[in-house]
Ligand binder design. Structure first.
Ligand SMILES: C[S@@+](CC[C@H](N)C(=O)[O-])C[C@H]1O[C@@H](n2cnc3c(N)ncnc32)[C@H](O)[C@@H]1O
Length: 226
């Protein structure tokens, strides 16, 4: 991005970042903005990591729980969780340059895994490895497709939890045809019917305010892995 302002970042996020495109192109886009990522977050008043961390704390899990930060980027979520005492967190991201930024900052990840979360491609992780998987900003349209969630479910232990934040359906249906006519929620319902996930009361989803640009609403989901 040439100039980073409130308006230019708004245009970038809605017309470029979450617009439908092949994953390869999306990874190149993150590669090209990795150096500017923090400035983009600041200009957009990006609150996803704070919201995910706050909502996750509600579960009051043991501080040594094994957590996978899926689409970890530069490590914003991990640094918040670490402040709350969580010390056993791995980073996974398809963009090496974003993870490199996490390594160069004050992150405390135990492991860095460069991998893309895509349908029908198992992650390079043993099944039932983690107690928790979280997505902050990586569940958005043109990021980790809902059809790829079973790959995340596979690496979480039965009884473990998966949580994420995502734009409201009205926002993502506008930018991405895959999310129209309630398709996203129908996919999640399918995972429940297939006995992969169980909804957690209060988070199915939980509406949240002020996720971005001061007043953009979003939704937080938490499911238990069966
Ligand atoms: C908006 S950033 C969020 C980073 C961090 N979690 C945060 O909240 O600041 C999205 C991250 O997800 C990664 N990502 C997007 N789609 C992915 C996929 N299918 N597989 C793996 N990583 C992906 C991107 O490379 C990027 O680092």
């Amino acid at each position: 991005m040439n100039e980073i302002t409130f308006e230019s970042v708004k245009d970038f996020i809605y017309n470029t970042l979450i617009a439908d495109k092949p994953l390869e192109e999306q990874m190149k886009l993150y590669q090209s903005v990795a150096d500017q990522y923090q400035e983009i977050c600041d200009a957009s008043v990006y609150n996803y990591p704070e919201i995910v961390a706050t909502e996750f704390l509600y579960f009051n899990l043991p501080r040594d729980s094994r957590i996978l930060d899926v689409g970890a980027g530069t490590g914003l979520l991990e640094r918040l969780l670490y402040k709350s005492g969580f010390t056993n967190i791995d980073a996974l991201d398809g963009c090496e340059e974003m993870l490199q930024k996490a390594k160069e900052s004050n992150s405390n990840y135990k492991n860095y895994i460069i991998a893309r979360v895509v349908k029908d491609e198992p992650l390079p992780v043993e099944q039932n490895t983690y107690d928790v998987a979280l997505m902050s900003g990586s569940a958005s349209p043109a990021h980790i497709d809902v059809d790829a969630y079973p790959q995340i479910i596979r690496v979480v232990k039965p009884g473990g939890i998966i949580g994420w934040i995502i734009e409201t359906e009205e926002i993502f249906a506008k930018v991405n045809s895959k999310y129209q006519n309630g398709a996203y929620k129908k996919s999640l319902q399918r995972f429940v019917l297939q006995n992969l996930l169980t909804p957690i009361e209060g988070f199915n989803p939980k509406p949240v305010e002020n996720s971005l640009f001061y007043n953009v609403p979003a939704e937080v989901y938490f499911f238990k892995v069966v």
